[in-house]
Design a protein around this ligand. Structure first.
Ligand SMILES: Cc1cc2nc3c(=O)[nH]c(=O)nc-3n(C[C@H](O)[C@H](O)[C@H](O)COP(=O)(O)OP(=O)(O)OC[C@H]3O[C@@H](n4cnc5c(N)ncnc54)[C@H](O)[C@@H]3O)c2cc1C
Length: 391
């Protein structure tokens, strides 16, 4: 079958990339191993995604934002970082950023649903669901993708959005920096008795970290990271004990708290591909850069990368060029990695600092919190990175 681009993976990044090419006239084939029902109506997976202002603009431009009912979008107007048992906290306020909000929260399954709906009826798009990619090759003329049933798809360009553990990235010989933190992130929804005040709370306790993020209907998302040797004890903890533990760790500021969802576990492995392209092949989403969730950059970067790649391909089409040629793919890789690399290494450094229990690390944390709070340019810089208001 004739297609211009084969996209491996119809997760949020693969779908956002396809949608960013709406109106380009390109024929795009998206392949996902999940069945159509799971893509059309994804189940709740515990991930609550913090989105920046730039991501909101991109999602609106590509028709995703409008597909999420307003009642399912919450605002982050304040963010507070607490360090261990110290009463001191670093506070970010939306008014200092000159904005109504620092950012937005939407559940991952709702983003995936909106992205699927935006793409499913798009002209030129074919969705192959329940289909696994088992092999990828490219030569000077084209890329070839083999499915589990032996079908071979050919296209001038292959784009991989097949997750941070991308099998096709490995098949294409792209090395990646991979950092296994040996920790697990456990996420769930909880009801809160007292108003959360649209505040995102990050508590760095010894041995574990806890983030509490504001959701609609005064619910919150609890994001707990623990050493992977302890994850079972949190996942299997009786509900009453679990609730009491979270209330204690948050200093009872939310009053009575109750688990209202399942607890979901995600192993914490950060990945950054050494380059985002190979011959007639490009990486987007987590396949390009899979971040530790503590700084909430993962999908924000995925959206940005998808948009940059679509922009480069559209510009190439306008001049009658080859969309699978090295030049536009190299430009994408270079433009996108300028942003991803510092954020990737910066985030990993923060994680190391906030999970080490050595005396110097504890001291450094205390100093950084105070510096972040008192040195206005430093605070503004952090706020700009978090909100991407200026992007
Ligand atoms: C706990 C947690 C909290 C997070 N919080 C935030 C946040 O606050 N803000 C933020 O921006 N990001 C956040 N993220 C990151 C965000 O969830 C990811 O960046 C995003 O979901 C990645 O999307 P993706 O499409 O690249 O990959 P995925 O969602 O992993 O999708 C990959 C798709 O590829 C398909 N696939 C894979 N291999 C094959 C194959 N061989 N054949 C066919 N199909 C295949 C899969 O079925 C899947 O549908 C968080 C992540 C976690 C774990």
């Amino acid at each position: 079958m004739g297609t211009d681009i084969v996209v491996i993976g119809a997760g949020p990044a693969g779908l956002s990339f396809a949608r960013a090419l709406n109106g380009s006239g390109l024929a795009i084939t998206l392949i996902d191993r999940q069945d159509e029902a799971a893509l059309a109506d994804p189940p709740y997976d515990g991930r609550e995604i913090a989105l920046t202002h730039h991501s909101r603009r991109l999602m609106a431009r590509h028709g995703l934002w409008q597909r999420v009912p307003e009642a399912h979008i919450s605002l982050i107007r304040h963010a507070r970082v607490l360090n261990g048992k110290s009463g001191y906290s670093l506070h970010f306020d939306h008014r200092e950023a000159g904005r109504e909000t620092l950012g937005f929260m939407i559940s991952n399954h709702r983003i995936r649903k909106a992205a699927y709906e935006a793409v499913k009826d798009m002209e030129g798009v074919t969705l192959l669901t329940g289909a696994s990619v088992v092999d990828v090759r490219t030569d000077a003329a084209e890329g070839m993708v083999t499915l589990g049933d032996g079908t071979v798809l050919r296209a001038p360009l292959i784009v991989a959005a097949d997750s941070r553990f991308s099998a096709s990235r490995r098949m294409m010989g792209i090395p990646a920096n991979m950092l296994d933190f040996g920790r697990t992130c456990i996420v769930c929804r909880m009801s809160a008795e007292k108003p959360h005040g649209d505040t995102a709370l990050e508590c760095f306790h010894y041995g574990r970290t806890l983030a509490v993020l504001p959701l609609p209907d005064n619910e919150v998302s609890a994001v707990i990271t623990v050493g992977s040797d302890q994850d079972k004890s949190v996942l299997d903890q009786p509900e009453a004990e679990f609730n009491a533990d979270i209330m204690r760790r948050t200093g009872h500021r939310f009053g009575e708290m109750r688990l209202v969802s399942e607890r979901f576990a995600y192993p914490l492995v950060a990945v950054h591909a050494n380059r985002f392209h190979a011959r007639r092949y490009a990486l987007v989403g987590d396949a390009a850069v899979g971040m530790h969730p503590v700084t909430a950059h993962g999908f924000n970067l995925g959206l940005r990368g998808a948009d940059i790649l679509a922009e480069e391909l559209t510009a190439t089409l306008r001049t009658g060029g080859d969309i699978g040629a090295a030049a536009p793919l190299a430009r994408y890789s270079s433009r996108h990695s300028q942003r991803t690399l510092p954020l990737y290494h910066g985030t990993n450094a923060i994680v190391r600092l906030y999970t080490q229990e050595t005396v110097p690390a504890k001291l450094a944390r205390a100093v950084l919190l105070r510096l972040g709070s008192r040195v206005k340019p430093a605070k503004r810089l952090i706020m700009n990175q978090l909100t991407e208001t200026a992007a």
